[in-house]
Design a binder for this molecule. Sequence first.
Ligand code: ZN
Length: 182
Amino acid sequence: MKHQPFENWLLFDEPLNPEQAQALDDHLQVCEHCQMLQRSWQGVASLFQESPDPEPAPGFAGRWQTRLKNEQYGVVASRHRWQSWITLILIANGVSILGVLLGMTFFNTFDSLTELLLVWVYRLTSLLTVVNIFQNLLAILIRTIPGLLPPSGWAILAGIVSAGSLMWVLSMARLARMPGRA
Ligand SMILES: [Zn+2]
């Protein structure tokens, strides 16, 4: 099927005389291709009409307040990030301490498989309880002290805590290398 000049008429929105308009109508009745072209072109045109004008936000004061709010939100968000990192490190510390203690007693206690299993079930539950208590304590602590420490204070605290973590990792590595256990 021949789509010209109808395609051009549709795309360039040329002013049509009544005969041309009739011819276009007739063609659109039978031609799916040009129907689709017309629909999509109308869609694009309405999109252009609907898109909002790129005007600035009304008023300097309003813009300034928005910016201020965003900045405050950023500060709060970064503080929350710090707190969750510290929580994670503290929990890791507690778990590694418990891990070392459990590992030290593990090799002294197993006489039979049943006993071993019972002991481990007991220890696992007590470990979970301890971790749970630890988490609750931290949650309370973190809810109460955020205002007391500036971000730099949190950074120092995080440094101390991660140094503690490193010490635990090192001592665990030394423990693992200790001879005469197997
Ligand atoms: Zn056509």
